[in-house]
Design a protein around this ligand. Sequence first.
Ligand SMILES: [Fe+2]
Ligand SMILES: [Fe+2]
Length: 206
Amino acid sequence: MEPTAILSNEHRVIEVVLDCLEQIAGQAVKTGKLDRDSAEQAVDFFRTFADGCHHGKEEKHLFPAMVAKGVPERGGPVGVMLAEHEQGRGYIRTMSDQIASAAEGDAEAIDMFAGAANAYVAMLRAHIMKEDQVLFPLADRMMTDEDERSLMAAYDHVEHHHMGEGTHERYLEIAGRLAEKYGVKTDALKSAHAGGGCGCHHAKKD
Ligand SMILES: [Fe+2]
Ligand SMILES: [Fe+2]
């Protein structure tokens, strides 16, 4: 399997939680109260799984490997992706800062939470599409078998040493719980649990 396929599979998991976040924000606006537990779980997922683990693999390993092959670090597609990761961190911070007040029914906090959530959802969906359709095919064309093997080893390192054993699995479970609560389809989670390319060799769980 190509290292970009691992990242694309993670995109499918991230999209499940983006669908949930969209509903969490919509419900908060409609009911005038944010569901604190769900919002905290979603923000934790985006901070740890999407930004820490997934963007970590891209920023520390895939993008530098592309830059080493001649893709410019700034101004080109890699530069755009890095800027969007940074933009996403800002939205995550805003959501996180507003959770407590929004859960108390503070209208301004709900507005700010929902504004950041909706902007994050739109930005990350488009970001994922650009990576899947443009950046990753470009990476696939550039990488030799040897490059791909070393990227796979680097991803494993992120999973086991940087994120810690069981972290990936724990966030798949959070994604599953949120998806169930908000009626979001979970096909992507099943293949990730079955080891369908999430890249980490944790034990399969049913
Ligand atoms: Fe990315
Ligand atoms: Fe990505």
